[in-house]
Design a protein around this ligand. Sequence first.
Ligand code: GLN
Length: 446
Amino acid sequence: DAYLARIAEHDAQINSFITVTEDSARQAAEAADARRAAGQASLLTGIPLAHKDIFCTQGVRTSCGSKMLDNFVAPYSATVVEKLDQEGMVSLGKTNMDEFAMGSSNESSFYGPVRNPWDAQAVPGGSSGGSAAAIAARLTPAATGTDTGGSIRQPASFCGITGLKPTYGRVSRWGMIAYASSLDQGGPMARTAEDCALLLSAMAGFDPKDSTSIQRGVPDYRSALDSPLSGLTIGLPKEYFGDGLDASVADVLQAAIRELEALGVTFKDVSLPNTRLAIPSYYVIAPAEASSNLSRFDGVRFGHRCENPQDLEDLYKRSRGEGFGAEVKRRIMIGTYALSEGFYDAYYRKAQQIRRLLTQDFLAAFNEVDLLLGPVAPTTAFNLGSKNNDPVQMYLEDIYTLGINLAGLPGMSVPAGFAAGRPVGMQLIGPHFEEARLLNVAHQYQ
Ligand code: GLN
C-alpha cells in the first residue's frame, strides 16, 4: 500500500512506470502473507519490485518502450520474472525504458522521458532509466534491468542507486526481448549491494531455454559480503581517467579510492590500450544484431499492424514504419548496412576482431589485479534534451561501459557521492563469474 501510494503521488512527475499492476500486486502481497504465516517465506517473500518493460510478464502488457508493442500482452513470463515470482516477490508493475533498450537517456521511449528524481531537469540515464528512477524516488525497493552496453550501470550511476550487470550467461535471457543477443544480460537494481546480492542469488542460474546460459552453480552472493578487503588489488585503467572524464566525477572517484585504501585495498595503475575502439566496435555489433532480432516485428503475428494494408509488402513497410521510433530505425539501417554483402568484412568482421582485442585487454589486466575500478560515465546526469538530437554525442556517453559487455564481464555501479547535486557512481569490473567479489567490495564501501 505504501509503495502504491507513493507511485500514485509522485509518478505523474517522474514517469518511471509504463504500467502499474495494482490489483495483482495486492493479490501477490496477500499470497506472500499466507506463505509467511505457513512458515514458507524466503528473505524476498513479500518484497515489492518492478520489472523493466523488456521482460515478458504473463497477462501484462510488455511494451519494450515502443509503440510497436503498445498492444502486446505477453502470453508467458520471462525466466527471471518466474524466478522472482517463485520467491514470493510482489511486482508493482513495469518500468519505463528507451525504446527496445536503445539509448542512454530514456528519451527514446514511446511513453515519454523519465525525469531524474534528484533533479527534474536531468535525465535518469538509460536504457533502464525507469527502474533506476523508481528506486531512487523510493517508489520501489528493487527492480530488474538489462544491460547491453551500460543500461543497468549508467542509470544506476545517474540516479544514485546500486546496479549489477552479471557475467554474460549468468542470468537467463529467455523472455527478455532481444536487442543484441551476444551482449544482453539482465541484472538487479536496488539501493544497496546487499539487496543486489539477494536478488542476484534468486535471478541467476542455468536455464535450458537459453542456450547461452551457463551450467554452473549459483553461489549465495550474500555469504561473501562481509569478507575483509585487505590483500585485494584493484586496477585503475589509465584510459578511464584520461581526457574526457569530467573533473568533478574524477574528484568523487579519487575520494572513493582513498576510502577503499583505508579498508585495506591496494591500487595499481593498469592499461586497457584498446578502450577507444569500444564505441566503434559496439555501435556496429549491437545494431547488426538488433537489425536481425527486430525483423520479427512484421505486423503479422503480434504488435502494431497498420490499417488497411494493400499487400504483404505494404503491411511490412507501414507496420514497421509506424511502430518504430527514430532511434530504432537508425539502428536497423546501420545494422543492415554493416551486414550487407560487400560491407560485412569492412564493418562487422572488423568489429568482431576489435571485440577480441578488447577482451584480451581485460584478461591481461586481470593477470595483474583482482578487479578494476573506474567511472561509469564521463559526466553526471545531463539535462533532458541536451544530447537528444545528436546520436554521436549520446553514443560517446557509453565509453566506459561498452567494453565490459563486449568482453562478457560482470560490472557494477556503486553510489560514490555527488557533483553539483547530481549522483556519481563508481564502476567495479571483475573477471568472469566474480560477481561475489564485486558485491563484497561494494558492500564494504557502503
Ligand atoms: N546506450 C547503449 C545503446 O544505446 C546501451 C544500451 C543498453 O545497454 N541496452 O545501445
